[in-house]
Write a protein that binds this ligand. Structure first.
Ligand SMILES: [Ca+2]
Ligand SMILES: [Ca+2]
Length: 232
């Protein structure tokens, strides 16, 4: 009798554990409202700033700030490639010399949407050799920010793109390294910065009705099983 019940219970639990999704999508502290980089890993000159930076965050009161800084050595570009899991030369082949980056391991399902707000700021005058580079990465894929700042900024930097929103549809389910970075190019001077806020992964998955029904049926089955045991 006990053996049969255990087997039945195992079957019922297995029904409960049938997943409708491979993983659950999320980012932790994606809006930086903790006031620090909890759940993120950083390298170089990174800080969490409020509106006293001269730019208002897009969500809540805090935002991440990554800078290359003026005449101060931050992380060299080769180390940033390694930090973000990029192929050798991804940054250095574009003349990148040094900069700063943050990253977080995230899980996502195919069809989920990664979105965030970004603002690229610089003190550089436009020059193809020295235009600094802002980017985000997902695993070893790099997406450049091709917008060169040209709007006067009220921050500590001269110009900014102002906050822009970006979204990207995840094509395959899995675990990803999500990164953001800013690098000097052509030299190691003249500051540029990347502000990031409101990093989210929104799930496209809706539990299937049959899965929900199956879960309730299995729960009911276990409840009946327990009642039967108590009656023995
Ligand atoms: Ca925020
Ligand atoms: Ca620079």
């Amino acid at each position: 009798m006990f053996r049969i019940s255990s087997l039945t219970l195992t079957t019922a639990l297995a029904l409960l554990l049938i997943p409708s999704q491979i993983v659950h999508a999320f980012t932790l502290n994606g809006s930086f409202e903790t006031g620090n980089f909890d759940n993120w890993t950083t390298t170089g000159q990174t800080s969490v700033e409020d509106s006293s930076f001269g730019v208002d965050p897009t969500d809540g009161n805090k935002q991440a700030a990554l800078q290359t800084l003026q005449d101060i050595t931050v992380t060299n570009a080769v180390e940033i490639e390694t930090f973000l899991g990029l192929s050798t030369g991804t940054l250095t082949n574009q003349g990148a010399t040094e900069g700063s980056a943050i990253k977080q391991i995230v899980m996502a399902n195919a069809g989920d949407t990664l979105s965030f707000s970004w603002n690229f700021l610089t003190d550089q005058d436009p020059d193809p050799t020295y235009d600094d580079l802002a980017f985000f990465t997902l695993n070893n894929n790099l997406t450049e920010n091709i917008n060169i700042p040209n709007t006067p900024s009220f921050s500590i930097l001269a110009k900014e793109t102002e906050y822009q929103s970006f979204s990207y549809t995840i094509s395959s389910s899995g675990t990803y390294t999500l990164g953001f970075g800013i690098v000097d190019r052509g030299d190691t001077t003249v500051n540029s910065a990347l502000l990031v806020d409101n990093v989210q992964i929104q799930s496209s998955a809706v539990p299937e009705p049959m899965t929900i029904l199956g879960s309730f049926a299995a729960l009911g089955f276990i409840a009946r099983l327990n009642k039967k045991r108590n009656d023995i």
